[in-house]
Design a protein around this ligand. Structure first.
Ligand SMILES: O=C(O)c1cc(C(=O)O)c2c(n1)C(=O)C(=O)c1cc(C(=O)O)[nH]c1-2
Length: 236
């Protein structure tokens, strides 16, 4: 069976290919965002619904943390939870996302009580958390590897928000600024674990499938938003 094992380079390339084909930067909702074409209502809907993803990230990271085999692995992974939940002196990513909400005009309590979260978004995000709960840690870690593709998208998003959505208060963009250094670090660690732990071709295929699944989660989130907040041209 190991005669068919991919080299580390080949596996890395195949994981990257999943992103090239299926990452959510190619979804029409994102494409329109980056063309400056989302209405304030559509952009607010994206921020309020993505909050449900953001608040669940440290939950799924805690599930993965509980399965990691060594202290060294857990010490690195725990940083993700601190990045999102915050620590003394650093409010963390969830708070930063709430401030992004305020910067686009969503009151804090409306983010916290989840009144804008659509059922399909809830199902997609819950599926991701349950995937990480139920799958072996190698597979769950592989599903986080969309972070390999996030920095380019996020750096474009910062420029797009500044230039094409000048009504957004600039303080709101701090979340994205911090992801620019956090995401590559997380992606490097996630990839290191995957390359280290894949022992046979079945493991490798499962990691590719996990990344595929995760791209579907992100895609489903945007499909749900597109249905609930269609473009005016599509309505005619
Ligand atoms: O804004 C984005 O497009 C985007 C995408 C992703 C991603 O690809 O999963 C993450 C994030 N942001 C993000 O901010 C984040 O903290 C994050 C954690 C994870 C993960 O699966 O562990 N993905 C992402």
């Amino acid at each position: 069976m190991n005669a068919f094992l991919f080299s580390n380079e080949e596996l890395t390339m195949r994981l990257r290919q999943v992103g090239e084909l299926r990452y959510h930067d190619k979804h029409p909702y994102h494409v329109r965002m980056h063309e400056g074409k989302l209405s304030p209502e559509q952009l607010r809907a994206w921020v309020a619904n993505r909050f449900y993803y953001q608040k669940n990230i440290p939950v799924k990271d805690a599930l993965i943390l509980s399965k990691l085999p060594t202290r060294e692995d857990r010490r690195k992974w725990i940083q993700r939870i601190m990045d999102h939940d915050g620590t003394t002196g650093n409010e963390g990513g969830i708070e930063a996302w709430i401030r992004l909400g305020e910067a686009v005009g969503i009151p804090r309590e409306e983010m916290l009580d989840e009144r804008h979260v659509l059922p399909g978004v809830r199902f997609a995000v819950d599926a991701y958390v349950n995937f990480c709960r139920n799958q072996p840690w190698l597979v769950a870690v592989a599903s986080s590897l969309t972070e390999m593709f996030a920095p380019i998208l996020i750096s474009h998003r910062i420029a797009v928000f500044e230039q094409l959505y000048p009504w957004i208060q600039p303080e709101g963009l701090e979340y994205f600024q911090s992801r620019l250094h956090q995401a590559p670090r997380d992606a490097d660690h996630g990839l290191e674990l995957v390359l280290r732990e894949c022992k046979d071709r079945r493991d490798q295929d499962q990691t590719i499938a996990a990344l595929h699944f995760k791209c579907d989660v992100l895609w489903a989130l945007l499909d749900t938003l597109s249905l609930a907040f269609p473009n005016m041209e599509d309505e005619r």
